[in-house]
Design a protein around this ligand. Structure first.
Ligand code: CS2
Length: 514
């Protein structure tokens, strides 16, 4: 459903509209003065970036940086063509279609101020499941320089047990048999790169924007494995010609609520069916390795670094893992948001101790960053009471998140004799939560996870085998073989199943650590 940007029409300029305004290109000049709008002519933009996965995070991060950049100088033309691959992406496509690809970013400041800004960098949207050829054509087009991805931590089709691309996934079989109508991102990338090679065009950069350590290396490895099965020569060409910069991405972007949509409509006078809310903080550190050129993102605050490993590790192990700690323990307790947890001294102290005692010792020094200050800033960001970042968002897809965010910290601490207690309680709470589908007070907790059934089955067997949850190898690998970990875990499982009041156990851990 293409939604090419129409030329501006100023016919209705003199209308003073008291009612709220429908967001679209034609109405941009009618926006109330307190809503910022694109400071550039969108009608001439070319989509040089194709982005797969137009969720909240893409719209608060890459699209926002690019909008700001284009607002700086008229000579910059880095329009973005958004792509959704699945049926679930139809709704965002329909809404963007109605709104000429415009949307509002609502930046929520801790004091309650909401800064609203219409973002104009998206210029088109394509839905792969409706028209895979259109997506492949767009990616294969000479104008495309970068294909960026937010496909979630679970989207890389990596089998943690083997460390390799998972060829057993049914969609992979489909994509190998139907290279012109793929379902997965790797099928699309391969088809487009194959076309470019045949046409004598240069390869593009594949820019991962997901929270995985070495996200560029992972993307390259997974793509090459898939492409190699189709055409070994093509895989070699991709390896030589395409680039995959590693990157650390950061901006907390809660799920948009009906209250956000109605606030924008009634308080700010703008009708937008799917605005995005986020915190004021934003960060992106990228390795400067772009096969076909890139926007001058550094002029809007993006950092380019020769090696982003220490930045990624610091962010994922502190921020993302910190979120999971609060998400799982907080849900058990009955908290609803990250800020709600942070307002509870027990949770705020537990988080900080987890960061200090279990994460900091396994981190490497990061150039120009003082870890204590970084942790203080996380505490402040998490505490932003305006943000209302729901724990359900944090706990969703924990089976893909924890192996990246938390388990490596446990493994490294086990190797170097460090503490694992704070993290072990989180795993035990996750088991209880997956078993009962409820927290300490029996209130149901919805589990949103592709592995929901497996998680539940493994957790439910805890009554006969206390280690059954840990035996879920695709999630925990060989953690179950570590006696130090299992001893601590079993103690917590015993205590939790006897009395699921998580605060009692958190308190005991904090007291023991004094
Ligand atoms: C969160 C992230 O999904 C999660 O569990 O930790 O979405 C987090 O908000 C972002 O990575 C912040 O940059």
């Amino acid at each position: 459903m293409p939604c090419a940007v129409p030329k501006p029409n100023r016919k209705n300029k003199e209308l003073i509209i008291k009612e709220s305004i429908q967001l679209n290109q034609q109405n941009l000049h009618l926006l109330p003065g307190n809503i910022a709008r694109p400071a550039y002519d969108r009608s001439h933009l070319t989509a040089q970036i194709v982005h797969i996965g137009v969720g909240g995070f893409h719209r608060s991060h890459l699209a926002c940086y690019t909008d700001e950049l284009m607002g700086k100088t008229d000579l910059t033309d880095w329009g973005i063509c958004g792509v959704g691959l699945r049926e679930a992406d139809r709704r965002i496509g329909d809404i963007l279609g109605k709104q000429d690809c415009l949307y509002t970013l609502m930046v929520k400041h801790p004091g309650g101020r909401i800064e609203a800004r219409v973002i104009g960098s998206l210029v088109n949207f394509l839905l792969g499941c409706d028209n895979p050829a259109a997506v492949i054509n767009r990616m294969a087009d000479a104008a495309t320089k970068i294909v960026s991805l937010t496909i979630t931590e679970g989207g890389y089709n990596f089998n943690p047990a083997t460390g390799e691309f998972d060829f057993t996934h049914p969609d992979v079989g489909h994509d190998l048999a139907n290279p012109d109508s793929p379902r997965l991102v790797f099928g699309y990338l391969t088809a487009a790169l194959k076309r470019r090679r045949a046409a004598g065009l240069p390869a593009f950069t594949v820019q991962s924007c997901d929270n995985l350590q070495h996200n560029g290396d992972m993307t390259r490895r997974m793509l090459l494995a898939f492409a190699h099965r189709q055409d070994a020569g093509l895989a070699q060409w991709i390896q030589r010609e395409a680039s995959f910069p590693n990157a650390m991405v950061d901006r907390i972007t809660p799920v948009t609520t009906p209250a956000d949509i109605s606030y924008l409509d009634t308080e700010l006078g703008l009708k937008d069916e799917w605005p995005v809310t986020c915190e004021p903080f934003i960060q992106w550190v990228i390795e400067d390795n772009f096969a076909a050129g890139r926007p001058a993102w550094e002029s809007v605050g993006v950092q380019f670094a020769p090696d982003v490993t220490p930045y990624e590790k610091m962010k994922i192990r502190l921020l993302n893992a910190g979120h999971s700690v609060l998400g799982l323990l907080g849900s058990m307790h009955g908290h609803e948001t990250i800020a709600g947890c942070m307002a509870d001294p027990l949770f705020a102290t537990y988080l900080r101790r987890f960061m200090d005692i279990e994460v900091t010792p396994v981190l490497d020094a990061v150039d120009g960053i003082n870890l204590e200050t970084y942790k203080d800033s996380l505490v402040e960001r998490f505490g932003n009471p305006s943000l209302k970042d729901n724990l359900a968002r944090i706990c969703s897809e924990s089976s893909a998140k924890l192996p990246k965010f938390l388990l490596p910290t446990i493994q490294e601490n086990l190797q170097q004799g460090g503490s694992i207690t704070y993290a072990a309680l989180v795993i035990a709470a996750w088991c209880f939560y997956s078993d009962r589908g409820a927290g300490r007070d029996g209130r149901p907790l919805a589990i949103v996870d592709v592995m929901k059934t497996e998680l539940h089955q493994a957790a439910a067997a805890t009554c006969t085998d206390k280690l059954s949850f840990l035996k879920l190898q695709p999630v925990f690998g060989n953690l179950v073989r570590n006696r130090i970990f299992t001893a601590s875990y079993v103690r917590m499982i015993d205590a939790l199943y006897e009395n699921p009041d998580i605060s009692r156990l958190m308190q005991a851990i904090l007291s023991a650590g004094k």
